[in-house]
Design a protein around this ligand. Structure first.
Ligand SMILES: Cc1cc2nc3c(=O)[nH]c(=O)nc-3n(C[C@H](O)[C@H](O)[C@H](O)COP(=O)(O)OP(=O)(O)OC[C@H]3O[C@@H](n4cnc5c(N)ncnc54)[C@H](O)[C@@H]3O)c2cc1C
Length: 591
């Protein structure tokens, strides 16, 4: 069974020593002093370890089943869901007007990280609900908000997002689901959606589906698409549940991981739906929440990696094989614990330096989202829009790689189902695919985000990195960080120049390098985070912090990332500079 203990200490470090949240000018942050966030994180950590983690294996082994048109979740999920509701965990950052607690999104992310680490599949039921809540909150009429939000805040009713169809995933312009206007102002929705997470289950009284469909008069492609609220049970005027809508679960997908989450084929057969937001502006309505939704998936990437890393550390300290080549460490045993071996250390350092860097990067992203919402801060909005594909694509690719690396620490045992490592690897894999496959994230970054607002945001990012390095000029201890970061940032700028010089002549020259660019930028972002974390750790030590092991460990882990991971930037740049030729050399028939 997987054991998991939330790393609240590191979260507190990021919140208070890196982001300095209680000194921030973001409304709502003034309440986030150390004691307050510690109380919230400790309580959430307890739920993660005691309620969610014990159900992770159960969910994986049992999965969901479809019986007579009804989806049943694994044993224990219902009780755990009630516990989440009772604890108020579903309402943390929701609007108090609808029963939410009005806390910053950043705090919701910190708590969400623990819940995902403990049980990713389970947490998706409330995660999807939160996405649907945000869409209705942003685009709904007053009546829609009053009807749905109070119940969605408490998760008495859960939510889904229905985009994908059998013949259309990335290219949503191919969508066939239709919405026919009815005399009473509603629409009749007809079509089939596939891969719908949390599409149906036995955890809530109602499921509020948000469905993209084509209404007449909108034209071809995504322009004609609108967004609709389609509840499983219609809601009466007094708020009680009415008749069942004409929608059903066609089948449950058999899949590689997240078995505890019901991935449904949804059939809409003239189901009653109501327009959400403007007619023919459905893509815009759905994607208003894109920064949050994609940050949430990036978070899944490193949160599962954190759980896998914790298992790997415990195993490496316990498993004995071979001897330390520099001298026996456990003479009372026939062999030393494998953590003595440099190659095992390498794996653990890769894992630790990624997870901690990713946590800082994601929390910083969540902080930018809070800034952009609460202060209407256009700079923060531009920056998070630029970072979003990097958070999603880089953190989920590396999260999966990290889970595999943690599995490797177990040798053959990690490949069996006796240990939780196989599940972590299988669960982590989906985050690279959904919410826009990672190749599409890279296209978004290079094809859209770099040039957004005349390239203003990427230039601001380069300036930010430069200023960060300069601010440490007088601190010799920071040189390993700033030298590596300056170099990597220069490589990123060179790659950007290559796209500018070659992309217009031949778009494939840019598109062939987009994936490498996303990874190059991911490394620069984590390098920036490690530079800032190292400075915060030095400062704590200078000020006489008692927990020297934590801060010295932080600095050493950061040095590892700069020395051992940032050199990947040179490789990514070299690949980018080869342009399209090596990638496009073969004809289709030569494959
Ligand atoms: C477990 C699971 C849960 C899911 N949950 C949901 C959900 O809740 N709601 C929902 O609506 N959907 C959901 N999805 C669907 C998911 O978002 C899609 O699978 C994903 O967006 C990719 O679409 P596709 O599978 O059709 O792949 P395709 O679009 O066919 O893409 C196949 C490959 O081609 C690449 N590709 C496609 N177009 C281009 C291009 N123009 N340039 C370069 N490369 C390209 C892609 O990157 C990908 O590698 C889920 C999927 C799974 C497996």
């Amino acid at each position: 069974m997987s054991s998991f203990i939330a790393n609240t200490k590191d979260m507190q470090f990021v919140l208070h020593e890196l982001l300095k949240v209680s000194n921030s000018d973001v409304p709502g942050y003034e309440e986030m002093d150390r004691d307050f966030t510690e109380a919230v994180l400790d309580a959430a950590g307890k739920v993660s370890s005691e309620v969610l983690a014990p159900l992770n294996e159960v969910g994986d082994k049992e999965g969901c089943v479809l019986e007579n048109g009804v989806v049943r979740t694994p044993k224990g999920f219902d009780k755990a869901f009630e516990a989440m509701k009772e604890g108020g965990w579903t309402a943390l950052d929701c609007d108090p007007e609808f029963g939410g607690q009005g806390m910053p999104y950043l705090l919701n992310c910190a708590v969400g990280e623990m819940f995902v680490s403990a049980n990713m599949a389970f947490n998706m039921y409330q995660g999807l609900t939160h996405g649907a809540y945000s869409a209705i909150h942003t685009h709904g009429t007053d009546e829609q908000k009053q009807t749905y939000l109070p119940k969605m805040v408490t998760c008495d009713w859960t939510g889904t997002m229905n985009l994908t169809e059998p013949h259309c995933g990335t290219d949503l312009g191919l969508m066939r689901t239709k919405a026919e206007p009815q005399d009473d102002g509603s629409y009749a929705i007809t079509g089939t959606k596939i891969f719908i997470s949390a599409g149906d289950h036995d955890l809530s009284d109602n499921v509020i589906h948000l469905v993209l469909a084509k209404a007449p008069g909108g034209g071809e492609g995504t322009k004609g698409v609108s967004l609709f609220i389609v509840p499983k049970f219609l809601v009466n005027e007094d708020g009680s549940l009415g008749e069942r809508n004409s929608l059903s679960v066609g089948k449950l997908e058999e899949k590689m991981g997240i078995h505890g989450n019901a991935t449904c084929v949804m059939n809409y057969d003239g189901a009653k739906g109501w327009l959400l937001g403007d007619l023919h502006k459905g893509m815009r309505a759905m994607f208003t929440m894109m920064n949050e939704a994609r940050l949430g998936v990036g978070l899944q990437g490193y949160a599962v990696a954190e759980a896998a890393y914790q298992e790997a550390v415990a195993y490496a300290k316990d498993r004995t094989q071979g001897r330390d080549v520099t001298g026996v460490k456990a003479p009372e045993k026939a062999a030393d614990p494998i953590i003595v071996h440099p190659d095992v250390r390498r794996m653990l350092m890769d894992q630790k330096s990624f997870v901690e860097g990713a946590r800082a990067f994601t929390f910083w992203g969540a902080h930018l989202i809070d800034r952009s919402h609460a202060l209407d801060d256009a700079e923060a909005e531009g920056l998070i829009s630029l970072m979003t594909p990097v958070i999603k694509g880089f953190l989920t690719d590396k999260g999966f790689e990290t889970a595999v690396s943690a599995q490797q620490v177990f040798g053959g045992h990690g490949y069996t189902e006796d240990w939780p490592m196989s599940q972590h690897v299988r669960d982590a894999r989906i985050a690279m695919i959904y919410e826009g496959a990672n190749g599409i994230q890279a296209l978004d970054l290079v094809g859209r985000k770099l040039a957004q607002d005349g390239g203003k945001h990427v230039m601001a990012f380069f300036e930010m990195v430069k200023a960060e390095c300069k601010s440490h000029d007088d601190d010799e201890r920071m040189k390993p960080f700033t030298d590596a970061l300056k170099n990597a940032s220069k490589q990123l700028q060179t790659a950007g120049m290559f796209f500018m010089q070659n992309g217009m002549k031949n778009p494939n020259a840019a598109l062939s390098g987009s994936y490498d660019f996303m990874h190059l930028m991911g490394h620069v972002c984590l390098g920036l985070m490690w530079t800032r974390m190292a400075k915060a750790a030095f400062t704590a030590l200078d000020n006489g912090a008692s927990d020297t092991a934590f801060y010295e460990g932080k600095i050493a882990t950061g040095r590892y990332y700069m020395a051992r991971q940032l050199p990947a930037c040179a490789m990514h740049l070299a690949r980018i500079e080869t342009g399209a030729d090596p990638v496009m050399a073969l004809t289709d028939d030569q494959f």
